[in-house]
Design a protein around this ligand. Sequence first.
Ligand SMILES: [Ca+2]
Ligand SMILES: [Ca+2]
Ligand SMILES: [Ca+2]
Length: 159
Amino acid sequence: MKKVSCILVLLAMATSAWADPSDGPSRNTETSEPITECVKSTCPFYVDWVTYGRPDCWCCKRNCNGDADCVIQFGLFWVYNNDLIYFKECFAKTELPYDWCICCDFDRQTQFGMFRVYTNDLIILRTYFAQPEYKVPCCDDNQDCVLEPDDSCYNYWTD
Ligand SMILES: [Ca+2]
Ligand SMILES: [Ca+2]
Ligand SMILES: [Ca+2]
């Protein structure tokens, strides 16, 4: 009985994989359509990105690691006091008070179904706060700040 249901699950997975016609960025390449969105439609957070109005800040190189404003301060710190000031305005709010608060959602997740900017984002901010540039990785798959064509989320950077 268990074996049968296991096979059924595998079959369902295989079927859904076959049925999925989205080939995202490769389709763009094949038809040479211009790439207009910085987040790939195949990215896990694409739907949320669209829901929140396609914020450019999510495509900043280090936004996922605490750089809310996409600016380096003093030529040294990507995650510094400006980011902290923004973050405090948005932390633990059930309704984000400003449009740009979504830029403080570093992990692209809602916690407890309520808080878009919460403790997991705070942990990220604290991890990289006042760290030198070389210690704050970029958000691409291999974190080298260079976008390869097969990167899972980004077509291009916005900073
Ligand atoms: Ca910053
Ligand atoms: Ca979050
Ligand atoms: Ca890369």
